[in-house]
Design a binder for this molecule. Sequence first.
Ligand code: MN
Length: 493
Amino acid sequence: MPEPATIHTIVDLLKQRDDINLDQVLLAYEFAEEMHSGKMRRSGEPSIVHSLETAKLLVELHMDEATIIAGLLHDLGKYAPDSLATVRKHFGSDVYEIISGVMKLGMLKYRGVERYIENLRRMFVAIANDIRVIIVKFADRIHDLETMDALSEDQRRRIALESLEIYAPIANRLGIGTLKGRIEDLAFRHVDPENYRWTSEQMEQRIKGRDEILKKIIGSAQDLLSNEGITVRSIHGRAKHIYSLYRKLLRKKQNFDEIHDLVAVRIVVDNIHDCYAALGALHDHWRPVKGYIKDYIAVPKANGYQSLHTTVFCDDGNIVEFQIRTEKMHYEAEYGIAAHWKYVEAGKPKEGATISKHKIEWLNHLMQLHKEIQDGRAYLKHTKLELFDHQIFIFTPQGDIMDLPEGATVIDFAYRVHTNVGNSCVGAKINDKIATLDTRLNSGDLVEILTDKHRNTPNPDWLRFARTRSAKSHIRAALHRAHQLELAKTARS
Ligand code: MN
């Protein structure tokens, strides 16, 4: 086990960053430490350790100051809910918004019903609304997964399954390879301990047996490329993640001999031209396996992943996969959308500690636009649709989630809950604040409808601000019924 993170580890890692105000980070740490004082996690660890580990991972992902501070403070809602107002005051609304987003994501209930899973993924992204919220939640979840041993088997299984079904696929879509693999492996150990053990033991044995051979092959490849005048930035063997290996084994009827990328050799070169030159040099020397050459540079994967892949017969009958890429491609494959964050921010002047929500939206938009133009491909439009379509997700007080179209108001939600709730509603509480029926809702709002049991007829005015067809038709139907009743009464009297 590595040493637990301390604020000193974090400060050391941040020292070379000129976009980070260390005093603010230290201030946030002191505040968190005070608020967490005496609080323990079920694992027996002081709860501040979890906050530090979360923040450290965010530092490793090169996130910005607000995100790192939000990582340190992300659990205050749990341990010291009264302190959130202070957070906004001292650390700005950006930090506050990220923490609120993380708390909302914590409310999503995973039920493991297959047809809800894709919806749940969408809700996750829609509720987060800011890419930084998702990344804090990922960091939080990774440390949770690492420290689950004190939880009951049921809890562990639920959290691990949720991580596999919701978190890892989102990390994959956002192109954050380093998080996807980590989340999957940590979760797999809890979801299916037996197969996890079997796969990792098998893998270890095989890698150990091939260690020397691989070293030789890497040496030869290095010489080969140097002889062609290609500068190799780095070349190293990288073991496959356990979970993705297991998935592949299932497809290959558990036959290890059919897996040629148990350890892939990753070659990082200076530019795209050198990528193709390197591929040519390898093929010139070693015969490629038919059907295994993949040009993800010309045709990137849907999440933006770029590299050249090839599998070749090396000397002595060994089969090895090579992955060739530039430094930028490497960085993007590891950090995905988080890498873009860094690229976009790097060339810009600093504007104090906080970045407005506007800027985030703009940034998200820019990143998409940038990629679309760069690649001239339609896939991103598709990704965008899938990730941010025109839906909002509203929590009921019971923690259930209802989806509504953008622009929906309280009255739409009331009718969505139940027709009788709609007919008898008089107002609502949105996030604990009283609100009128015409109030527009936002993703992640927790809405409680206030009803009057003596009331069962809608107000015709509601038709002015009901947005959904279903609410409108229910209102019309109830008005019509009331009108008929009225007529009948008049006729009788
Ligand atoms: Mn946490």
